[in-house]
Design a protein around this ligand. Structure first.
Ligand code: BG6
Length: 494
């Protein structure tokens, strides 16, 4: 986020200790992103990737697992194999229990291979479930692997949600982790912040003149942040059924987007300032109430002619599960800029499309002299589509060419695919490079995490303590009718 000039840091040797190296997150996201950085010569000259997990694997077997997930997005075809081979030479694997300092000490020789060990910078990437974070952190400290303040080499830890289940458990995790890693060593990932269009939000808002004057309650009627997936659990029942869509997507990805839309301009792009403004915006969001929240769960249905099972029929889901796979909420931000403007957020799995977008709908033109012709036309709307087809479009009212004054809606349309014919980096590439460079602006600070939990914790407790049944909706549809009714109360549709 800061004024970055990306370049390889030929200087400090770097060890990336990937805990949980044989799991999906490591193999599908982290390692391909590291390979992409390597291919673009953005890793330091001296680096090692040290995979650590419980499975007994040789270096060779680990490299083979890795190879299956590497693609040459940035290396020309004829150099691809050579690039992969060189990269794999930097990768070793060590097997051990997550809470074993003795096993973790076996990482030392790999560190020593990079130079005097206290000068080796290290990233501990915890690609493991959060209940293991503390065991690992303690064992890393006991094994003497975390460098100290005065050592020439730095240590950083990367962790990923879920950070607890509510405000209290999240605070506890934060407190415990702080015993080993200080806040400025902690990089809490929300991978949505690494997505290209999300990073563009601040640029769009603050590097253009035209948006800020109308970015407020006087001109905005409502804001919609919508997240949909057209698939279900994909084998993640164990995790998902415990957490549900509000904790999985809304409390983090969608609130981060909301914060970037709603926040004030930061003093500068320095990480502290950006996060200060996000925290301020989140603290002004009133806790979601059950009156303004709809939860749903998909039942059997069909999508593109294929029958799909209901959530409760998915393997690993208890038949009486009340875990929401869909949620829609109307949130209110009580501050000078946004008071009275509903922020409608929704997230759902098992819907009819995969899509994430933000829509900012403006108020009608006051005293519109085209009232007679424009009455049936929609208001101006700014669309920011994050995925699948990244785009920014502004809906305007226009004269339809011809001899009469007939009005119609058209879009000023910026499609990323045609406007920017470049390889758009994956979110993890960008975020990992930030970790290496020590830029924390795209990572979640502890107070930001707490403020985000405060928005959904009371509603989550009520839903769970009263065992509120989610509303059924068929797989492959648009979600429960009650969510449409909620949006309609605020003059919107999903
Ligand atoms: C993860 C959620 O954070 O984001 C998943 O746990 C979800 O449930 C995923 O599928 C979506 O990420 P993306 O980048 O594919 O939109």
């Amino acid at each position: 986020m800061s004024n970055k000039t990306r370049s390889a840091d030929g200087g400090g040797p770097l060890a990336i200790i990937l805990i949980g190296a044989s799991g999906d997150l490591a193999l599908k996201k982290v390692i391909p992103a590291l390979f992409a950085l390597y291919s673009r010569q953005l890793l330091p000259d001296r680096f090692q990737i040290i995979g650590y997990a419980r499975s007994a694997l040789s270096d060779e077997a680990f490299r083979e697992h890795m190879m299956a997930h590497l693609t040459c997005r940035y290396a020309p075809g004829d150099q691809c194999d050579a690039r992969i081979r060189e990269f794999l030479e930097h990768c070793v694997y060590i097997a051990g229990q997550y809470d074993s300092a003795d096993a973790l000490r076996r990482i030392q020789p790999a560190l020593a291979s990079l130079g005097p060990t206290d000068a080796v910078n290290r990233i501990f990437y915890m690609a493991i479930p959060p209940f293991l974070f503390m065991d690992v952190a303690r064992a890393l400290a006991d094994a003497g692997l975390v460098t100290h303040k005065d050592d020439p080499g730095w240590s950083r830890v990367v962790i990923e949600k879920p950070f607890g289940r509510d405000r209290a458990s999240s605070d506890e995790l934060t407190r415990n982790m702080a015993r080993v890693f200080a806040e400025d060593q902690t990089y809490r990932i929300d991978h949505y912040l690494g997505k290209e269009v999300i990073q563009n939000l601040l640029v769009l808002r603050f590097a253009n003149l035209i948006f800020d004057p109308i970015w407020n309650r006087a001109h905005v009627e409502h804001v919609k942040i919508s997240w949909m997936e057209d698939f279900g659990l994909e084998g993640r029942a164990g995790y998902f059924d415990d957490y549900g869509i509000i904790r999985d997507v809304m409390q983090n990805h969608l609130l981060q987007i909301l914060a970037l839309v709603a926040m004030e301009q930061p003093v500068s792009l320095e990480a502290g300032y950006v996060r200060d403004e996000k925290v301020k915006a989140l603290r002004c969001v009133q806790p979601a109430t059950l009156e303004d929240l709809v939860v749903g769960q998909y039942t059997a249905g069909s999508l593109r002619s294929a029958r799909r099972p209901g959530y409760r029929e998915e393997e690993g889901v208890p038949p009486d599960s009340i875990t929401p796979t869909y949620a829609a909420a109307a949130l209110r931000i009580r501050n000078r800029r946004w008071d009275g403007v509903p922020f409608l957020v929704r997230a759902g799995k098992g819907l009819n499309a995969r899509m994430t977008e933000i829509r900012i709908r403006f108020r009608p033109v006051p005293g519109n002299i085209f009232q007679h012709a424009a009455g049936h036309l929609a208001n101006n709307e700014l669309l920011i589509r994050v995925q699948p087809d990244a785009a920014i479009a502004f809906r305007i009212v226009n004269k339809a060419p011809g001899l009469t004054i007939a009005l119609e809606e058209s879009d000023l349309d910026l499609q990323y695919a045609s406007a920017f014919p470049v390889q758009i980096p994956d979110a993890y590439e960008c975020l990992l490079l930030d970790v290496i460079e020590g830029d924390r602006s795209l990572f979640i600070r502890a107070d930001e995490l707490a403020a985000a939990w405060d928005i959904f914790t009371p509603a989550l407790h009520e839903l769970e303590s009263h065992r509120i049944q989610p509303r059924p909706y068929p797989f492959g549809g648009t979600g429960p009718d009650a969510a449409q009714a909620l949006a309609a109360r605020y003059g919107a549709t999903w």
